[in-house]
Design a protein around this ligand. Structure first.
Ligand code: ASP
Length: 364
């Protein structure tokens, strides 16, 4: 039932199943950034364009009969997540910071295309996060009969509200999509068609939605009860160099010689392997001697970089390439922008890159 209606905020009742039932009504803050979930077909161009939160909200009448208190904030303008950029991440972090004390959990409605990047980035920006920040969206717009948005949205609200007595059950940045709750900085979008669009190839699910929501407590970060610290300086002096058989010296040199570049994610084959041709090794050596950090991340969606396992990776370690273990490219980009923004360089940067800061990698 809608209790109160304000221009930009709703308050309504949602029944929440938590591990230990209580009479407490959780306060949830929804941040609507855009994405397919809130899009409608433009009758003239036929292209999908965003509609406002009120229209989106009206597509889920069931929300009026559930029991938790909800307010919301909409980005203006709403964006297709392909337009996501650091300024929007900072805005998102600021909105969470400004509302952190008043709310028990946050749901971020976001386009699926760059959701894994945003969830990764927010995990680094929000240090000492002790409340759920649940990203969700959909493959089909909310206005369509077969939309996956309704289910994803309702599940996300439930995850953001879930508490065990006074403590949120999932106090971390996660993605809720097609019945799977995944650690945000472990995900990538691997399917542009299927409702099951996200993969967490190297980390088990935090929770699974079925008839009941099964929380896998052993996989979920524990709250540290420290004060939230929001990091807003992001440095974009980074690039991705994705290897492929036949990559030319020109391509490698043009990337490694970008002016002002501080770090490169080297997307390698398999367990962190790369060509052994002298021109390639020398190009990497030169970049490293110029102070550029080379971060070795595998192109595989599962498994880890193990420099030294093969002849084609042993030299990488000896010339000073930094192994990324099982981190995703999305998370590596976010972590580099965050650490460079904080002013880290040299050995400190390299050591932090190889240290799990928000559960983003597994050190073997
Ligand atoms: N292009 C859309 C976006 O990322 C796709 C989606 O939401 O699924 O904003």
């Amino acid at each position: 039932m809608i209790v109160k209606q304000l221009p930009y905020y709703y308050t309504l009742q949602i029944s929440v199943q938590s591990m230990k039932q209580s009479t407490y009504t959780p306060n949830i803050f929804i941040i609507y950034t855009g994405g397919t979930i809130g899009m409608i077909k433009d009758p003239v161009t036929g292209a999908l364009t965003p509609f406002d939160f009120d229209t989106l909200y009206k597509q889920i009448p069931v929300l009026e009969s559930v029991n938790c208190s909800i307010d919301h904030y909409s980005f203006d303008p709403l964006i297709d997540s392909s337009n996501m950029k650091p300024a929007f991440w900072i805005k998102l972090a600021e909105v969470i910071e400004a509302n952190y004390e008043q709310y028990d959990g946050f749901v971020v409605l976001h386009g699926t295309d760059t959701m894994a990047y945003s969830a990764s980035m927010l995990s680094f920006m929000l240090e000492n996060l002790n409340k759920p920040v649940v990203f969700t969206g959909s493959q089909l717009p909310m206005g369509m009969l077969r939309t996956d948005g309704r289910e994803n949205f309702i599940n996300a609200i439930e995850i953001a509200s879930a508490r065990d007595e006074d403590t949120p059950i999932v106090p971390e940045v996660c993605i809720c999509f097609k019945n799977n709750i995944m650690r945000g900085n472990r995900t990538n979008k691997f399917n542009a068609e299927n409702f099951n669009a996200f993969l967490s190839g190297n980390y088990p699910l935090l929770a699974e939605v079925g008839v009941h929501i099964k929380y896998n407590q052993q996989n979920i970060l524990k709250p540290n009860f420290r004060k939230l610290k929001v990091h807003k300086k992001l440095d974009t002096s980074v690039a991705i160099l994705k290897l492929f058989p036949g990559i030319s010296e020109n391509v490698v040199q043009s990337i490694l010689n970008i002016g002002g570049l501080k770090a490169v994610i080297l997307e390698t084959f398999g367990a962190g392997n790369a060509p052994t041709e002298p021109w390639f090794i020398n190009a990497l050596k030169k970049a490293i001697s110029n102070g550029i950090v080379i971060f070795n991340v595998t192109q595989c969606k599962g498994g880890s970089v193990e420099m030294g396992k093969y002849e084609t990776s042993i030299y990488l370690e000896s010339i000073g390439v930094v192994g990324g273990f099982d981190i995703t490219t999305e998370s590596a980009i976010a972590k580099l922008m965050y650490l460079l923004g904080e002013g880290f360089s040299g050995d400190d940067l390299e050591s932090l890159l190889q240290t799990p800061l928000r559960g983003e990698l597994t050190v073997e």
